[in-house]
Ligand binder design. Structure first.
Ligand SMILES: Nc1ncnc2c1ncn2[C@@H]1O[C@H](COP(=O)(O)OP(=O)(O)OP(=O)(O)O)[C@@H](O)[C@H]1O
Ligand SMILES: [Mg+2]
Length: 389
């Protein structure tokens, strides 16, 4: 997969941007507050239909404009296709080759992206909801149908919670809701479990190779309050039964508190270092390496599963890493051959990911120029002395 062209219009502070990315690294350089993250977010939104940062869709539209639009031309399995997304009036519309997309699967059609942002640290430091969001983005990348499946679960949950909020509910009346919720929930469990089975050994190995920490990392997912079912081996039907039983067992509690207290929406991902909670004990740098281990594992896993690399986006990541880990990441990026988009305030931090074909962009007050103004030649030309005599 390759992004051949990107057009952005009235997206956050970006007016009109058209660019033809490098097949390898495209690097946006600019000072704080100029629109670098916005440029990545436009591409992320195009590729996932989700904003990179939490918030309302209407925040994506440039102030004073009625709508935002992002279009990308991709090369996918030898064929070119153009997808676009428009936001206006708080509503999003997706198009494939100029026509309204028939379905989400049709829209994505194999486009996938892995983003690295400084917020990713929340995965270790933050609460369970941050970790669930992180996990679900990875699940969605791996299994695009999960976008629909997780929405089905979300709808079922909302309906059941609405009923609980309205007042005392007869258990018999709740049963139909439990049935729907349990089925949708079991699907979510299975997807998350499949992803974790692929990802956690890889992430553990990557973390070990990033180095400097002798203790092994472990990444795990175990649903909460699910009774005696053996989560590692139970099939989807058995998980649905277990969830339904757990819902029934918590009936009194849920009707008192007026919300559903068991299901995929309350689960957590555990990240440990040497068997101890990384959140409680790992240093800042170790936490960053744990996130990096996960992300690189995600990329490699997608490559194995799909046969090609996802697009990579790194928003101002180098400034957060120590020189050694930054060098590890830059080497990884250039050796992977992936198409990558980086932003930075300091070009010298990302030189390691650059090559002759790097597209350097300057971002200033929402305008994107190429090459970046006043940017010295980024890659050292081979010196005559380096050439064989
Ligand atoms: N909907 C919008 N319309 C117009 N401008 C917006 C909108 N949303 C955000 N902005 C502006 O975009 C700018 C921030 O852009 P962005 O986050 O891309 O900066 P950045 O270059 O990544 O900076 P930093 O280096 O600090 O991360 C801010 O000045 C903000 O006011
Ligand atoms: Mg930024």
């Amino acid at each position: 997969m390759r992004l051949l062209a990107l057009h952005v219009q009235d997206f956050r502070n970006l007016g009109q941007v058209s660019l033809a990315p490098s097949p390898h690294a495209t690097i946006a350089v600019g000072q704080n507050g100029q629109g670098k993250t916005n440029l990545l977010e436009a591409l992320y939104f195009l590729s996932t239909l989700k904003p990179l940062r939490a918030g309302r869709l209407s925040e994506l539209v440039r102030w004073g404009s009625t709508g935002a639009r992002v279009t990308g031309r991709f090369l996918l399995k030898g064929a070119e296709r153009e997808i676009s997304v428009e936001v206006s009036g708080g509503v999003r519309q997706a198009f494939v080759d100029g026509k309204k997309a028939a379905s989400l699967e049709d829209y994505f059609g194999g486009v996938s992206v892995v983003a690295f942002t400084p917020d990713d640290l929340e995965v270790v430091k933050g609460g369970p909801d941050a970790r669930r969001g992180f996990l679900d983005r990875a699940v969605f990348n791996r299994f695009p149908a999960f976008l629909r499946e997780s929405r089905e679960y979300g709808r079922a949950l909302k309906n059941r919670n609405r009923l609980l909020r309205e007042g005392p509910v007869e258990p018999a009346y709740l049963e139909a809701y439990d049935e729907t919720l349990a089925k949708a929930g079991a699907r979510v469990y299975v997807r998350r479990r499949s992803l974790m089975a692929e990802l956690s050994p890889r992430a553990q190995a990557t973390f070990a190779s990033i180095g400097r920490t002798p203790e092994p990392a472990a990444y795990g997912y175990h649903p909460a309050h699910l009774g005696d079912v053996d989560f590692a081996v139970a099939d989807e039907a058995a998980l649905a039964v277990a969830l339904r039983e757990a819902l029934a067992a918590r009936y009194r509690r849920d009707s008192e508190r007026r919300f559903t207290s068991v299901g995929p929406h309350v689960d957590d991902v555990t990240v440990t270092l040497g068997g101890r909670s990384a959140r409680a004990y790992a240093s800042q740098g170790q936490q960053r390496a744990l996130v990096l281990g996960w992300k690189i594992a995600e990329i490699e896993n997608l490559e194995t599963a799909m046969g090609f690399l996802p697009l990579l986006m790194l928003d101002d990541v180098s400034s957060e890493l120590d020189p050694e880990r930054n060098a590890y990441l830059m080497n990884y990026l250039s050796a992977s051959g992936a198409q990558v988009f980086l932003t930075t305030t300091d070009a010298s931090l990302v030189r390691g990911a650059a090559a002759q074909d790097t597209l350097w962009l300057g971002v200033r007050a929402g305008a994107v120029t190429s090459p970046a103004p006043a940017e010295p030649p980024p890659v050292d030309e081979p010196q005559p002395a380096d050439e064989p005599a």
